[in-house]
Design a protein around this ligand. Structure first.
Ligand code: NAP
Length: 288
């Protein structure tokens, strides 16, 4: 290993990643003489990047789109969550062995615990979207003890496949049931919903808005959006206007980074207002 511990985030594209700001803030806070950098790796470069890791330039790193699934096929030691979700976002060494796991579900859970601690053990959740992020959110909501989870997606077959896949890996003692549905059923499904989570890219800067009516939700429902740029998406603004409790997506991004930092640099960093502020400032600069 090099004298200065280094970690990476790989993706394609990667220049807009907030992870370097976050990890370098934590390195500074803990006076660690280390470095965390974004590395642009295209899909055809992934195998050689991973092969090079054993030469010792890095302590480990994060893996983002489009490599989260591909790294599962590369013979590294995958943790339990990554194996269930079939995607990994964190890589580290144990001796000479490379390990990977997925911390997105953990990040979502911790963020919900921070901002809506009553969210666990409720009856019904609706997840909008069935893409890469939805799998982790679904897994987090299963672990949180919900009895019924409805997955609503534009492409309904993907919602069906996601329900089937997760139903096949949950503990048989777990009594959660899974229902795929289309947006035409959303109003009806909202009537007794305790938690609504947007995991689609809709509402993100540069993307179309999610045009849904939140009127059918009960007044006690929580609305969470994992999109974090903008921080207050139109969905969250609508929910707040109705007096519903809301949870934005930035805390998930920060919490999912904690286990990796601890593995690479040996200290568990704190999720603080200072870390949030730095990322909010960075998003404003990137959008300018
Ligand atoms: P993805 O795999 O590409 O999935 C995108 C999802 O959005 C799919 O369900 C897709 O539906 C849906 N969608 C896209 N355009 C749509 C439209 N016009 N109408 C209806 N549905 C539409 O993306 P992902 O990796 O899951 O990421 C989704 C979002 O989550 C991104 O904004 C990402 O930044 C955010 N995210 C946040 C965190 C965090 O830490 N806060 C972590 C991961 C991801 P179809 O299946 O029908 O195409």
């Amino acid at each position: 290993m090099t004298a200065t511990p280094q970690a990476f985030v790989i993706g394609d594209p990667i220049s807009h990643s907030l992870s370097p700001k976050l990890h370098n803030h934590w390195l500074q806070t803990h006076a660690i003489n280390g470095n965390y950098q974004a590395v642009h790796i295209r899909p055809d470069e992934l195998t050689s990047f991973v092969a090079e890791l054993k030469n010792g330039s890095y302590m480990g790193g994060n893996i983002t789109i489009p490599h989260k699934k591909s790294v599962m096929q590369m013979g590294m030691n995958a943790g339990k969550t990554a194996t269930i979700l079939q995607a990994a976002n964190t890589l580290w060494f144990d001796g000479n062995e490379i390990h990977i796991d997925n911390t997105d579900a953990y990040g979502f859970t911790e963020n919900m615990n921070d901002f809506a601690p009553q969210w666990k053990n409720q009856n019904k959740a609706i997840i909008l979207g069935a893409g890469g992020a939805a799998v982790a959110i679904l897994w987090a909501i299963v672990q949180a003890g919900y009895r019924k989870i409805v997955i609503i997606n534009r492409t309904q077959i993907k919602a069906q496949q996601l329900c089937q896949r997760i139903a096949s890996v949950v503990d048989p003692k777990n009594s959660t049931s899974f229902y795929p549905a289309g947006y035409d059923q959303l109003d009806q499904q909202m009537l007794d919903c305790d938690l609504l989570v947007n995991t689609t890219a809709m509402g993100m800067v540069g993307q179309a808005e999610l045009k849904i009516n939140l009127d059918p939700l009960p007044p006690t429902a929580i609305v969470s959006d994992i999109v974090y740029n903008p921080l207050q998406t139109t969905l969250l603004k609508k929910a707040a206007k109705r007096g519903l409790q809301t949870v934005d997506g930035l805390g998930m991004l920060i919490h999912q980074a904690v286990p990796g930092f601890e593995r690479w640099f040996g200290i568990r960093p704190q999720v603080t207002d200072a870390a949030r502020s730095i990322l909010i400032k960075t998003m404003v600069q990137l959008d300018d």
